[in-house]
Design a protein around this ligand. Structure first.
Ligand SMILES: [Fe+2]
Length: 510
């Protein structure tokens, strides 16, 4: 673990960098208003853009008698399916530039005794409250430069909009540019930012922490302005075990990472922070494929021990799982993009009412030999778009064969270019058990809820996911038998409203 003084020095560097994040350059209330008009025009021609319409109401709720259920909700499926994602895409008529900019909508399907009810709210972060009081946007976002914005800390602009987890007795909404934030478990209201240690106040905390078998939560934060990645090890009770600062300069965009039994693995793509490259955080990342990427392999027990293995150039948001085989080879599955144009093009285009362009991902199975420094891989799903891989939550860091994920295929017969298929992919047998949703349904992340407690990996359980039916203007919860997706959902619960397309969720058993 690092010494305190080194950490504080690094934070001071980070603080200096922060002054440059504010939008002192020209920006763009006019562009934000114009974008809102463009979106409404685009929505008439492309009704599936409903997935990126701003949520007007700050709170939503539906009692069980207001939710139409087809089929039967399994009586033994008890708990909360919580989700998060950007939904406040406009602030008083000012529309953000990027999908990942807007205020987070946290929402919860509560399943008990075969019934479901639903509630959600735009998280009432300090940022959201200040902007509501001022009737205008006040803070820069991931990819929107707001005129006159000032930044006192990363958390002053934290929209908490990427994921939601339960750990150490706390319900946490996660961004990745600032702290985790604790929510009231009943009302989902903002409580406070989580400070794991005084010296880590306000430091970035990822949206994709990894839960180890003993309940330890591993996470990280990238501080490109400081040339660091912060590695967090959080005890099962939510207290901090330790923080380690990793020198990774220039620092790439890192959205997700991996753990195995013995290691923490960062895949460092050649999409790297350069403060001079632009005004927004996204603009400040430069794609440098000619230099390739690297795997940074850290010893869990001694983070000062590190190995680096060279990789080809690719971009990745999400990994399936990772483990070490008997020969010490690190195996991992991931969604490989040839470049980050999905982020730099598609997710701006949908916000502006345009059809998305950008390179989709294939699903790959990779091997890294940390001793010989070799990387190799094979293709599990050859695109054109495979994303949101999720595995058995009790098997993170150990071998798993089943991954549930979303696929987009132009031949699937749906009326939109987005994810339309939910698939269970067995990496060992190659079997794909898939279900194609309705022609006007956009599939969102599907998660695996095992039937057994603990780490038993029999395959039995449920797959839960939401879909947005843009023609009906309704969001639906679908529940599948995890062993038989292709027969269709065992239950479909239709909310009396539509929610914007979200990102990540988790199930918390009652
Ligand atoms: Fe993600």
């Amino acid at each position: 673990m690092m010494d305190r003084r080194t950490f504080m020095t690094s934070l001071a560097v980070a603080g200096l960098g922060l002054t440059g994040i504010s939008g002192t350059a020209l920006a763009d209330a006019n562009a934000m208003r114009h974008r809102a008009l463009n979106f409404q025009i685009g929505l008439r021609e492309r009704p599936w853009l409903l997935g990126w319409q701003t949520l007007e109401a700050p709170m939503v709720a539906a009692a069980s008698n207001e939710i139409r259920v087809e089929g039967r909700i399994p009586a033994d499926l008890k708990g909360d399916f919580c989700r998060n994602g950007p939904a406040g895409h406009e602030v008083f008529g000012h529309r953000y530039r990027h999908w990942f900019d807007g205020d987070g909508l946290v929402h919860r399907f509560r399943l008990e005794d075969g019934t479901v009810r639903h509630e959600g709210r735009i998280i009432d972060t300090p940022k959201w409250r200040a902007e509501q009081a001022a009737f205008q946007p006040l803070y820069d976002a991931f990819d929107t430069d707001v005129e006159g914005a000032s930044v006192s800390s990363l958390d002053s602009l934290n929209p908490g909009n990427i994921s939601i987890i339960h750990h150490g007795g706390r319900l946490l909404a996660l961004w990745e540019g600032g702290s985790a934030m604790e929510l009231d478990p009943d009302t989902l209201a903002f409580r406070d930012f989580v400070t794991l240690a005084p010296e880590a106040r306000g430091m970035p905390f990822a949206a994709h922490p990894r839960l180890d078998r003993d309940g330890t939560l591993w996470s990280f934060g990238t501080a490109g302005f400081a040339g660091k990645i912060v590695l967090y090890r959080v005890n099962p009770d939510g207290s901090l075990h330790g923080i380690h600062l990793l020198d990774v300069a220039p620092t790439p965009m890192v959205h997700d990472f991996l753990i195995t039994e013995r290691h923490v693995v960062f895949i460092l793509t050649p999409w790297r922070y350069d403060h001079s490259a632009g005004k927004t955080f996204l603009e400040r990342h430069v794609w440098q494929p000619e230099t390739g990427g690297q795997a940074l392999i850290i010893d869990k027990d001694d983070p000062s021990q590190r190995r680096i293995v060279d990789l080809p150039a690719f971009w990745v948001y999400h990994f399936g799982n990772a483990w070490e085989d008997a020969a010490g080879i690190i195996r991992f599955d991931y969604c490989r993009y040839a470049d980050p144009t999905m982020t730099t093009e598609a997710f701006r285009q949908v916000m502006n009412g345009e059809a998305p362009t950008g390179t989709g991902a294939s699903y790959r199975s990779a091997r890294i030999d940390p001793v010989k420094g070799r990387f190799s891989e094979s293709t599990l799903i050859d695109g054109p778009a495979a994303e949101f891989p999720r595995v058995h939550p009790g098997r993170i860091g150990r071998r798993t064969d089943r991954t549930v994920m979303l696929l987009a295929d132009p031949d699937s017969g749906v009326d939109h270019p987005l994810f339309a298929t939910t698939a269970m992919v067995n990496r060992e047998t190659g079997r794909i058990d898939a279900f194609v949703h309705g022609p006007t349904e956009i599939a969102e992340e599907a998660i695996l809820v095992p039937a057994e407690e603990g780490d038993t990996d029999s395959g039995a359980g449920w797959v839960l996911q939401t879909v947005l039916d843009y023609a009906a203007a309704r969001t639906r919860l679908k529940i599948f038998d995890a062993t038989d997706l292709s027969s269709g959902p065992v239950a479909v619960a239709t909310l009396p409203y539509a929610l914007p397309a979200g990102l990540h969720g988790n199930f918390m058993k009652a």
